[in-house]
Each structure stands twice: as C-alpha cells, then as structure tokens.
Design a protein around this ligand. Structure first.
Ligand SMILES: *Cc1c(COP(=O)(O)O)cnc(C)c1O
Length: 372
C-alpha cells in the first residue's frame, strides 16, 4: 500500500448533497451556486464571491475585467503552477517573471520592483502552497506604481494574514476547488472581490455576457428577455459542484486544524535530518499547509528524481516541488536563481486529513534513509 501525496476528504454527505441537486432537476448554475458564493465570500472575508469553472478561468476573467491586453505586462512568479502565467497569455498580455523569497517561496516587493517597466499594468501574487505572501508590502508597491494586484489564492483557503483570512479585503482573488486543494468541488473556482460593481460584471462575463442569468429567468414569473452587452465566456460552475462545495466548506476548519497538527509533527520528526529545510508559517500569517514541501540538504548529492524514486520504492508517493514556468518549453528562460534552487531541490511530502502518525513515521524514515 502506497501512501498518497494527498487524498481528498469526501464522504456520504457530499454524495448526498450532489444527489439532492440532481433530484431537484436544476443541475446547472442556480440557487446552490448563489448560496455557495455567499458562504465562501463570508468565509474569505470578501464582500462578494463569483463562482467560476476553475481558478484558471477565474484568473483569466480577473485580467479581462482589468482590461489587461496586448502590449501590457503582468508580473507573476515563475515559481507557481503554470496556470498563473497562462492566464496572462489568454488576454494577450505578457507574463514577466519575478523571483521569490527563499523562505516563503513568494513574490516580495523587492523582487517585483526589480522587473517593473512602464508597460506593467498588474501583478499576480500567489499564496504559494498556502503560504501567504506579504500582502501589505505588495499592496504598497502596487499602489505607488498604480498597478492592480490580483491574488492567486488557489491553494490558500483557510490561510491567514495578520489575523484575518488571507485575501480578506482583496480587490480580486482567485481560488481553486480542484481535488489537489483543500476544498474540492471536482473542478471549480471562485473570484472574490470587495467591489460589488465588479462582482455584477464578473457574473455577467462568466455567463456569456448575459444581462439576466438563466437561473433568474427561470425563477421569474413573467417573460424576461436577456441582452448581451459585451462578449462574455462560459466559465460557470454547476449546482452539483456547489452542493458539494457547501459541504466541503463546512469541513474546512477541521481539515486545516488536522493539517497544521500533522505539519507540526513533521517539523519535530524532520529536525533529525541535518540540513533539511521545510515550509513553515511566515511571521505575518499562517499557512494551511496545502503543500508540505522540504528543501533537500545541500550535502545530499542526488537529485529530486532520485529522492522521489527512493520514496516510491519505500511505499511513499511524493511529488517534485512547485514547478517553475520559465523552465518549461512554453515559456522562455530568464535568470531566477532562488526559483531555480527551490524548484530543483524541493519535494512535496504526503499530508492528508486521514493520514496516520504511523504513515507519517514511514515517510520520515524513508526520507531520512535516502538523504542521510
Ligand atoms: C492549482 C492552481 C491553479 C489552477 O487551479 P485550477 O482550479 O485547477 O484551474 C492556479 N494557481 C495555482 C497557484 C495553483 O496551485
């Protein structure tokens, strides 16, 4: 039996909620999506939530809303899932990669400032693996330079920044409900915003630009005709997904408490491996430990692939650390020394709600046997 890197915590309650949505006869975006949007916005400290089909389409929609396009530059970390950079390409703008902090793996005001040009219109800050970036510092830099700051909060549901939910009060934050994250709807995402006018436009844009949603037309007693005032997209979530999301949202505090408990136990156990470094809370906030990554000791001569193969032989499924988009053929190479160090020397270890202490011991013993 292999210990998986993550296992979604899904049960009968989610199955029942999905079945109820099916039995109701309304499976497309409807009342459950609206309820999930409100509940998630409340959880995230945002005025509004706009459900979308994924975090990727959420980022795309956010940049479209901001009017980013050809000739514009958007600063992003290369050290992220490739969707962050791809979203910039979707609107025809150019992603410009900035390096990250070696401890948090996140953009800093200094790394972003170094790559700003007169063409820069926005920055996408990523709360990578759940570790919050320093929001105040990036906000200050962006407002000084009249740039929009979009949060890629894909991994960060339940993380905190200065005592509040991460991205609370953000102009625009995009979240993911892919099973690799802590709250899943199968596929799915959400944009949160403090701007109710933006939320209204985002709701139209995610539904083909329709002035009246299909659900509202269905619910109205009279004849309601919609108009299409601008070109929109089909980025809708279904009511089946939202029904699952509502149950998952209720479980999230428990999921995070358990992850933080297991992460602290990892910290203690891993301390016996000399030279190993691991993800931990930054001084200004807390991580939900969506990804529990370690950086291999400099003294270990092998590669990340050697470690993954060694772990696999010992019944542990791990993953390479967070990818770097600028090293992929779809993008071009630039010099990002910290990103390259982190991506080539880090490994993501198993961490999931149902993980037992004995499974955790197995992981640590296996890793110690390889890198020591
Ligand atoms: C997972 C992830 C995404 C993409 O999320 P989807 O919902 O799968 O589109 C974007 N950014 C980051 C940082 C992610 O980890």
């Amino acid at each position: 039996m292999t210990i998986p890197v993550i296992r979604p915590w899904l049960g009968e309650e989610e199955a029942e909620a999905a079945a109820e949505a099916v039995r109701s006869g309304w499976v497309a975006q409807g009342p459950r999506v609206a309820e999930f949007e409100q509940a998630f916005a409340g959880f995230a400290g945002a005025a509004e939530g706009v459900a979308v089909s994924s975090c990727t389409t959420g980022l795309h929609l956010a940049l479209h809303l901001l009017g980013a396009g050809p000739g514009d530059e958007v600063v992003v970390p290369s050290f992220s899932f490739i969707a962050t950079a791809n979203a910039v390409r979707y609107v025809g703008a150019t992603p410009v990669f900035a390096d990250v902090d070696p401890v948090t793996g996140n953009l800093t005001a200094g790394t972003v400032d170094a790559v700003l040009t007169p063409r820069t219109v926005a920055v996408i800050g990523v709360h990578q693996g759940g570790v919050p970036f320093d929001v105040d510092a990036l906000e200050a830099l962006c407002s000084k330079n009249s740039l929009a700051l979009v949060h890629d909060s894909a991994c960060a549901a339940g993380s905190t920044y200065r005592g509040k939910p991460v991205s609370a009060g953000a102009a625009l934050a995009a979240w993911s409900f892919h099973p690799r994250k802590l709250l899943t709807t199968g596929e799915g995402g959400m944009l949160t915003t403090v701007d109710t006018g933006w939320a209204a436009r985002l709701r139209r844009l995610r539904e083909h630009g329709m002035s009246v949603s299909a659900a509202d037309r269905h619910a109205s007693s009279g004849v309601t005709l919609e108009s299409y005032d601008e070109v929109g997209f089909n980025f809708r979530m279904t009511d089946i997904q939202a029904a699952i999301g509502l149950v998952q949202l209720g479980k999230l505090p428990d999921v995070i408490a358990r992850r933080r408990e297991l992460a602290e136990r990892y910290h203690k156990l891993l301390a016996e491996i000399e030279g190993l470094r691991w993800v931990t809370d930054p001084e200004y906030g807390t991580t939900n430990y969506q990804s529990f990554w370690v950086v291999l000791p400099d003294s270990y001569p092998g590669t990340v692939v050697d470690v993954l193969e060694g772990l696999s032989k010992r019944g542990v499924s791990a993953r390479r650390g967070i990818m770097a988009a600028h090293l992929e053929p779809a993008y071009s190479r630039v010099d990002l020394p910290v990103t390259e160090h982190l991506t080539t020397r880090s490994v993501i270890l198993p961490l999931f709600h149902q993980m037992t202490e004995s499974e955790q011991d197995t992981v640590v013993t296996a890793l110690a046997g390889i890198v020591r």
